[in-house]
Design a protein around this ligand. Structure first.
Ligand code: ARG
Length: 264
């Protein structure tokens, strides 16, 4: 089975360099969009998800605060000074001249991360991004069910190319019991750390390059709240293989204290 986690960052960097940084073609993504990214999705409108961030190693992220991007641990190498990551925000079109870009100056990877669970990290930006709404994280399990929105510039299909335009889709919650059943992941899910989402029949999912991006829903006040971080899956959008996301509520206090230690 293919988990697509461990070597993804390096593979993506190579791919991006080989492609000269180009991401898909505008014509291919226009109008009908037969193979949208976030497999089975549609185009997000400019400004619809203002907190969405694209990271230069080929991952997604969400603005946790004006200076911090919440992403996946498997998207970064280690905790420490890191000035090599570029974060792009404020646009659905990565080629837009209105995009906001910032360099990183520090990475905080979840303590104890070893490729199993704990798949979260914070990237600190060298200067704040102002004027864009941030995405609050779920601090209780109250929103860890229902219908979730997923979004990213990752592959449109298993093995497909990265996208120029941000895409979105919705996927239903899948319980740990179902996700860990022999029909699905057969015990591979770390129930405390991970939350699954997708259709039994497949067809809609995050995919390579969406990693680190948020999975979110509306809270009781109708505001967006982050419940997941794109982590892994067996292929993309396969039947009986839901997407697996970091369960943000479980790590909320650790994320919050790390954010505080990074200066907000
Ligand atoms: N690890 C992948 C990445 O780096 C994300 C895979 C998500 N897969 C899925 N079937 N939901 O982009």
């Amino acid at each position: 089975m293919v988990k697509w986690r461990i070597f993804f960052g390096a593979a993506m960097a190579a791919l991006t360099m080989a492609a000269g940084g180009a991401i898909a073609s505008p014509a291919a993504a226009a109008s009908v969009d037969p193979t949208p990214s976030v497999v089975g999705g549609t185009r997000a409108a400019q400004g619809e998800f203002p907190f969405m961030v694209r990271l230069s190693m080929g991952c997604g992220g969400a603005l946790y605060s004006p200076t911090l991007v919440l992403t996946a641990a498997h998207c970064v190498s280690r905790t420490g000074t890191n000035t090599s990551i570029t974060a792009t925000a404020g646009v659905v079109d990565l080629n837009s001249t209105s995009k906001i870009t910032r360099k990183s100056n520090y990475v905080y990877r979840a303590p104890g991360y070893n490729g199993a669970g704990k798949d979260w990290a914070l990237i600190r930006l060298a200067s704040p991004i102002t004027g864009l709404a941030t995405l609050p994280i779920a601090t209780t399990t109250a929103y860890d069910s229902g219908t979730f929105t997923i979004s990213g510039w990752g592959a449109a299909s298993e093995g497909g190319s990265q996208q120029r335009y941000l895409l979105k889709a919705t996927v239903p919650f899948v319980s740990d019991a179902t996700c860990n059943s022999s029909a699905m992941y057969g015990g591979e899910i770390i129930a405390t750390d991970e939350i699954c989402a997708g259709y039994t029949s497949g067809g809609v999912d995050t995919c390579q390059g969406d990693s680190g991006g948020p999975m979110f829903r509306r809270d009781a006040a109708n505001a967006w709240i982050q419940v997941g971080i794109v982590s892994w899956g067996d292929g993309c959008a396969r039947p009986n293989k839901p997407g697996v996301y970091t369960q943000v509520s479980y790590f909320a206090s650790a994320i919050r204290s790390a954010a505080t230690s990074l200066g907000g």
